[in-house]
Design a protein around this ligand. Structure first.
Ligand SMILES: NC(=O)C1=CN([C@@H]2O[C@H](COP(=O)(O)OP(=O)(O)OC[C@H]3O[C@@H](n4cnc5c(N)ncnc54)[C@H](OP(=O)(O)O)[C@@H]3O)[C@@H](O)[C@H]2O)C=CC1
Ligand SMILES: CC(C)(CO)C(=O)C(=O)O
Length: 313
């Protein structure tokens, strides 16, 4: 029987950590292959010395079956786990055409609530999941990925659907030590994650501070609550039932993170990255509020300032 082929596309914080666990677990397996799509100096390091994954005092080297920037070398995959930034999504899916057959399952782990829809537009006949992760991981230098936080959870599924291919993937994640939940109620999971990340990304980037000082300051906590209420309205307009006490949930999650933890958007803005996810994580709410004619004054105000600072990226 042919080996199950998993392709992890985008080996940054998220793809490097979860892809690293998969590659390590199945390094000597004849039944499962783990391939990495990476690029540039990072790819060269992985090809030469493997991917270093650091978590606290622990570290390991993951050696994938193949690391490449050439989709033709990989061939058709059973699963493609997409871990790029939002602004690279469509281009990456197009680049992966040689890896996509009729049975290929696509799982995006990007932040945002419209990734499945965006991929399904390009691949109308494939099984495309929704997915999200809770982790604070960064590509600290080429070849090295670090989990800086105390969480590493992955949720995935297709709303209202069960499929044997998803159960197989869940089992492979479990074998690799990933804290995974396969759920047919994935829309609720991705919206709850979106409320959390959109608010966290907006607040940390606007205040230019990590989560600790934000939750410790009464005015900044009130801003967080206002943001949660505004984005929760969008979920409601879309018919998604999320937790009633979402503001308390978000504050509790922020309080459980290390004091110095921050969002990937805040890190990218601080590091003056040419491109950021400001549109996907902050602008999306402003646009959706306009679309549904609901008020989102806090988002509007904070988005305007963040956009100026990121020159509208
Ligand atoms: N980091 C985190 O802790 C968390 C991030 N997320 C979300 O997960 C997603 C990924 O974030 P993160 O891992 O931080 O992002 P990173 O920027 O660390 O990683 C993305 C990687 O994908 C690479 N890439 C993009 N397009 C291609 C391509 N066509 N071929 C090969 N490589 C490609 C990038 O390369 P290059 O650098 O050359 O562009 C980069 O190495 C985002 O949506 C983010 O919001 C969600 C939860 C936590
Ligand atoms: C808020 C956080 C750290 C939680 O997973 C995140 O999703 C991100 O930085 O993108």
């Amino acid at each position: 029987m042919a080996a199950i082929k998993i392709l992890v596309a985008g080996i940054g914080g998220v793809g490097g950590f979860f892809g690293g666990l998969l590659a390590k677990q199945f390094e000597d397996s004849k039944a499962v292959e783990v391939h990495f799509l990476a690029r540039g100096a990072h790819l060269e390091h992985i090809q030469k010395s493997g991917l270093q994954v650091i978590e606290g005092d622990e570290r390991f080297t993951a050696t994938p079956t193949l690391a490449t920037d050439d989709a033709h070398q990989i061939g058709e995959a059973d699963y493609i786990i997409v871990c790029t930034k939002s602004y690279d999504l469509e281009q990456t899916i197009q680049q992966l055409t040689p890896c996509i057959g009729p049975q290929t399952v696509i799982l995006p782990l990007l932040n945002g609530v419209d990734c499945r829809e965006r991929i399904q537009k390009l691949l109308p006949n494939n099984l495309v999941c929704d997915g999200c992760v809770y982790i604070i991981a960064r590509l600290s230098r080429p070849g090295v990925v670090e989990n800086l936080g105390n969480i590493k959870k992955l949720f995935f599924g297709v709303e209202g659907l069960s499929d044997a291919r998803l159960e197989v993937l869940e089992k492979l994640f479990q074998e690799a030590g990933v804290e995974v939940t396969l759920t047919p109620h994935i829309e609720k999971a991705i919206w709850e994650k979106f409320v959390f990340i959109s608010v966290t990304a907006t607040a940390t980037t606007y205040f230019d501070e990590p989560v600790g000082p934000i939750v410790a300051d009464t005015d900044k906590r009130n801003t967080v609550i206002a943001l949660v209420n505004e984005v929760a309205q969008i979920a409601k307009q879309k018919g998604i039932v999320i937790f009633k006490n979402m503001a308390e949930q978000v504050l509790a999650k922020l309080e459980s993170l290390p004091h110095a933890a921050t969002s990937s958007l805040h890190s990218d803005v601080t590091n003056k990255k040419a491109n950021t996810e400001v549109q996907a994580l902050v602008g999306y709410v402003v646009t959706a509020a306009q679309h549904f004619s609901v008020k989102a004054p806090t988002y509007q105000q904070l988005f305007a300032k963040i956009q100026t600072e990121t020159r509208g990226s």
